[in-house]
Design a protein around this ligand. Structure first.
Ligand SMILES: [Cu+2]
Length: 119
């Protein structure tokens, strides 16, 4: 169920989301309209990193009809998943859906808002 006030990923801060026993931590940098951004996600459960999950991200601009952009993250370090987002081209609030498929557990989905700012 979506929370009424979703977590917001702002430049320079991480978002922590707890869902179904998982701790999902997300950083998006630099979150600028004219530059690609790096997404770094860590997955934990009971204090342990989750490895070999399949992690995907869908991005839509809130309040503007545009097709979602979808990305698959790569596990670049054990339990740490990354991807690079194309420069969004505009400032504003983007809705992010992050889907985590752990190797031996149910799929976990979290939602948050990504705030893209100007330079
Ligand atoms: Cu837009």
């Amino acid at each position: 169920m979506r929370r009424l006030a979703p977590a917001v990923a702002r430049p320079g801060t991480a978002v922590n989301l707890d869902r179904a026993g998982y701790r999902v931590r997300v950083r998006i940098e630099p979150n600028r309209a004219t530059r690609p951004s790096r997404v770094v996600v860590t997955l934990g459960r009971s204090g342990r990193r989750i490895r070999r999950a399949r992690v995907t991200l869908a991005l839509t601009m809130l309040g503007m009809p545009m097709p979602p952009q979808r990305y698959a993250l790569a596990e670049t370090t054990p339990g740490l998943y990354t991807c690079t987002l194309a420069a969004p081209g505009m400032v504003g609030r983007f809705g992010v859906t992050l889907t985590v498929r752990p190797p031996d557990a149910r799929t976990v989905t979290v939602h948050f808002v990504d705030l893209v700012v100007s330079t």
